[in-house]
Design a protein around this ligand. Structure first.
Ligand code: SF4
Length: 436
């Protein structure tokens, strides 16, 4: 039985920051766990069954998994922790899809329903550019009145205003919806967006790529097969994507190992994924949790599950997907920072206004400025690097700081307070953002 508290784990991870050799931790692990890890450290790829073994670990066995993941991270990507200066623009929260994990969508005409016109979207992108952004990340609900051309028009409007900005936009669910509205094949629709200036797509809406779990989460509106086809098509037309997993609801180790194995198989074919972003399920506004429609639905992942997810993803994907990103908006800066000792090497984006998640109850949304990112990463004993969307290095901060900017919107908290002084991590109630 695992008797370690969250505080114990955070203190353990902080103490491990300077430990470079995993052999002591491996020596305390059970033989079956040690055998899997040693085989991997000697060059063997972890199988899906190996992944399940590692996901089942607790206590000293989990410490060995974390030590191995940290070791592999150091070997493959070094001590750099990257981030991207980006702005989230959620152009509408109106959506009729009714995903049961979604706490942010509204019905047309409901209080709080939003729709941004093209001029406002381009204006927000321009402000982001002036604040140092190299990227905008754009996702929205599947608004019933949305013309299929709106996706292309968003891209064109931003490019007309800020030609050099990288546009990272539209989940596979939105691509599916836009192509349907345009009566085009997914490949042609993606080609149209790319021609307009789309740079890459978020690999959200993956949730868990398991037919039964997915049917319960999304009523199978975007099937696992369709998600895979769209992502493969995007990679095929030269649009790279992130990859994601949403965990901590009705899922478990068997689904996690299978999901990561599937992402790895896609990557072996296409090479199109830039990173994996584990997304812990946040429950407070999710119908799935509130209405308890499905027996056994959990109130999100525990800290131990966050640790396992980032560590096992690092190990299973080694050699194929080299960037493991922490989603600070869901985890908070303190847990995000701790995960840098469990296989992660990227702190995601500055976001600027992750407003929909926040307005629906999220506690960590909105923004972490570049200067704060650098503080958090240095505080973890690592080397901050500003990167592009596609992981080209842009600026290292060995001897200087980023320009300190006032956050775009007033924030009810200071992210640095979460890491100095250290506190026990509690994840205050949060709400899920679009497309998982
Ligand atoms: S997750 Fe996306 S598609 Fe599903 S209800 Fe929310 S906004 Fe709509």
């Amino acid at each position: 039985m695992n008797l370690l508290t969250e505080r114990d784990w955070l203190e353990y991870l902080a103490a491990q920051r300077t430990v470079n050799d995993p052999s002591a931790a491996l020596g305390r692990a059970a033989p079956v766990v040690r055998a899997v890890l040693e085989r991997h450290l000697n060059g063997a790829e972890l199988s899906r069954a190996d992944g399940e073994v590692l996901f089942a670990t607790e206590g000293d066995d989990l410490k060995a998994v974390i030590a191995a993941a940290d070791h592999v991270r150091r070997q493959r990507v070094g001590d750099t922790v990257s981030f991207v200066v980006t702005r989230n623009i959620n152009f509408t929260n109106v959506c009729n899809m009714g995903c049961r994990f979604c706490g942010f969508s509204k019905r047309r005409g409901e209080a709080g329903a939003e729709w941004l016109d093209l001029d406002e979207i381009a204006h927000r992108a321009e402000v982001a550019w002036q604040r140092g952004a190299t990227e905008v990340c754009i996702q929205g609900g599947l608004h019933p009145d949305l013309p299929g051309t709106y996706y292309r028009d968003i891209v064109a409007a931003i490019k007309a205003r800020v030609p050099a900005l990288h546009i990272h936009a539209f989940s596979p669910f939105e691509i599916w919806y836009g192509a349907k509205k345009r009566r085009m094949s997914v490949v042609d629709f993606l080609g149209e967006l790319k021609a307009a200036g789309l740079g890459s797509i978020p690999g959200t809406a993956a949730e868990i790529l398991d037919t039964e779990v997915r049917r319960q989460l999304t009523r199978d509106k975007l099937s696992a097969r369709a998600w895979i086809e769209i992502v493969r098509a995007a990679h095929g037309v030269g649009l790279r994507s992130t990859s994601t997993i949403m965990y901590g609801h009705i899922d478990g180790p068997r689904h996690w190992a299978a999901h990561i194995d599937l992402l790895r198989a896609i990557q072996k074919d296409t090479g199109g994924f830039t990173e994996i972003v584990p997304l812990g399920f946040v429950h407070s506004e999710a119908p799935l949790y509130i209405e308890r429609e499905i027996p056994g639905v959990r109130p999100g992942a525990t800290l131990v599950e966050h640790l396992k997810m980032h560590a096992v993803a690092r190990l299973m994907l080694a050699g194929w997907i080299e960037n493991v990103q922490v989603s600070w908006v869901k985890l908070g800066p303190q847990v995000g920072q701790a995960l840098l000792s469990a296989g992660a090497n990227d702190f995601g984006g500055t976001l600027m206004d992750e407003s929909i998640s926040r307005s629906a109850g999220a506690s960590f949304g909105e923004e972490i400025t570049a200067a704060e990112m650098v503080q958090i990463i240095r505080d973890a004993g690592r080397e901050p690097l500003r990167r592009s969307t596609l992981y080209a290095p842009l600026e290292r901060y060995a001897d200087h700081d980023p320009v300190a900017l006032v956050p775009l919107k007033p924030r009810p908290y200071d992210p640095i307070q979460f890491i100095r002084p250290r506190r026990t991590a509690h994840s205050p109630n949060q709400a899920e953002t679009a497309h998982g």
